[in-house]
Design a protein around this ligand. Structure first.
Ligand code: OOG
Ligand code: NI
Length: 445
């Protein structure tokens, strides 16, 4: 048996750190964001004690990042899937951002992340990955589709050596030391902002469709588009960033804070900054210009909502959700795991199979399941807040068909249903707790 020095978990954690270092060098305001987030987290921890760690240990939260990348073709998407599989990250969920109203962008997306609770606890690094819908007539007339697809077919985002190493890492569950170092070098470099000159005319034409289309199809490489730290008090962070003179978008996206448990995901960002980029004019002259593409985002996470909880939130907002963990869990509006309390002081009543009684009589304790995914409305808002100006789209045309099965076929990998993951985790915990308590349920033999 060959000894593998670096397993998938370690590769993922190391990759997240490498990206963070690179992005801090590329986008200095990101450093400020990370600094302020760490400051706020320490203060919340000092003020709230163990309650501050109810949605993840401070070690996890401090390291936690999500990134976003954008690619152009099915093949590029498949390679992204291979790359992340090497790091124990699987595609979860399907997001269609093409019909997000005035914020519509010509992409569909999934998110790569670990799915096992232990892996999430070790390092929850996730990446939101969008792929351009070049065949969507609302955005791309036939001629432009042709041109953009020819452009995309000519480029190579990921060197073959990287994809080969990824395949080995996935098959073997990790890589030897030297190969791991090489893998991390190549993977990190694949997401750096390229110094290659950008064809100005081509970029501008795509920008008229959408600045996201230009960012994807107007350049010969991809790049990390933002890298998002997690903060325990996003309202406080927002205020502090503004005091430091950093221009934030107008609002915090997602469910506003109330006096109940935090739910789902809240995000905000500072506006995309002008970054120097080399541009080539039609006459061939090359000059320094600048583009506003990359921004800084920060997020805070709460408990995952069930489909019923999500419907209620989507319909009427967070105000209509119960204000206690008990009520959220027992009304099946949010996901909690349960843990048996076997040394609970025994009274006359024996535990029974009814979850409400078990909770109310103290036989089990609830633990929130953190929402590990994204919100399409917020994602569209994040895209929009960083788009330059108006774009042309023809709403009278039909869109091209995209769904989670399309992503699966492109990736040649199953896409996890996010509700299924949360429900599976909860149900497994209930089964364990009942066994520990010696409760015989009707179904058992
Ligand atoms: C992705 C935007 C979505 C989020 O946090 O909702 C996203 C992008 O800008 O490519 O990252
Ligand atoms: Ni994001």
């Amino acid at each position: 048996m060959r000894v593998l020095d670096i397993g998938a978990t370690e590769l993922r954690a190391a990759f997240a750190r490498r990206l963070s270092t690179m992005y801090a060098g590329e986008v200095p305001a990101y450093r400020t964001l990370v600094e302020v987030a760490a400051e706020v987290n320490q203060e919340v921890l000092a003020a709230d004690g163990p309650a501050a760690e109810r949605l993840g240990s401070i070690a996890r939260v401090t390291e936690e990042r999500h990134g976003a990348i954008r690619v152009g073709t099915r093949d590029e998407l498949r390679q992204v899937g291979d790359l992340f599989a090497a790091m124990g990250m699987s595609p979860v969920g399907f997001y269609d951002l093409r019909d997000a109203g005035p914020a519509a962008v010509p992409v569909v997306s999934t998110a790569f992340r670990p799915v096992e609770p232990a892996e999430l606890a070790a390092n929850p690094f996730r990446v939101f990955v969008s792929v351009l819908a070049t065949d969507d007539r609302r955005f791309f007339p036939a001629e432009l589709q042709d041109e953009v697809e020819r452009f995309l077919a000519r480029r190579t985002l990921f060197p073959p050596e990287l994809i080969k190493l990824a395949g080995r890492a996935e098959a073997d569950g990790g890589l030897g030391g030297a190969d791991a170092a090489r893998f991390l070098d190549l993977a990190t470099a694949a997401f750096a902002l390229s110094p290659e000159p950008i064809d100005r005319d081509w970029y501008d034409r795509l920008e008229r469709v959408s600045s996201v289309a230009a960012d994807i199809g107007g350049v010969g490489s991809t790049h990390i588009n933002h890298l998002t730290p997690r903060v325990l008090d996003i309202d406080e962070l927002y205020a502090r960033m503004q005091r430091r003179g950093i221009e934030m978008i107008d609002e915090i996206q997602g469910p506003p804070r109330n006096d109940g448990p935090a739910v789902l995901l809240r995000q905000t960002s500072f506006r995309a900054l002008a970054e120097p980029r080399t541009l080539r004019a039609t006459d061939g002259t090359v000059e320094q210009g600048s583009l506003r593409v990359r921004f800084g985002e920060v997020e805070s996470r709460g408990v995952a909502l069930t489909p019923a909880g999500r419907d209620r939130y989507d319909a009427t907002g967070v105000e209509d959700l119960p204000r206690t963990e008990r009520d959220l869990a027992l009304a099946d509006l949010a996901y909690y795991t349960v843990r048996a309390v076997p040394d609970r002081r025994r009274d006359d009543r024996a535990p029974d199979g009814d979850l409400t009684t078990l909770v109310d009589d103290g036989w089990v304790e609830l633990e929130p399941i953190v929402y590990e995914d994204f919100l399409p409305r917020s994602a569209a808002g994040i895209f929009r807040s960083n788009l330059a100006g108006d774009t042309e789209s023809d709403r009278s045309q039909d869109g091209s068909h995209r769904d989670s099965a399309w992503i699966e076929a492109a990736l040649d990998r199953p896409v996890h249903d996010l509700f299924g993951l949360y429900a599976g985790q909860r149900d497994a915990s209930v089964g364990r707790a009942l066994r520990t308590l010696g409760v015989v349920t009707g179904a058992s033999t």
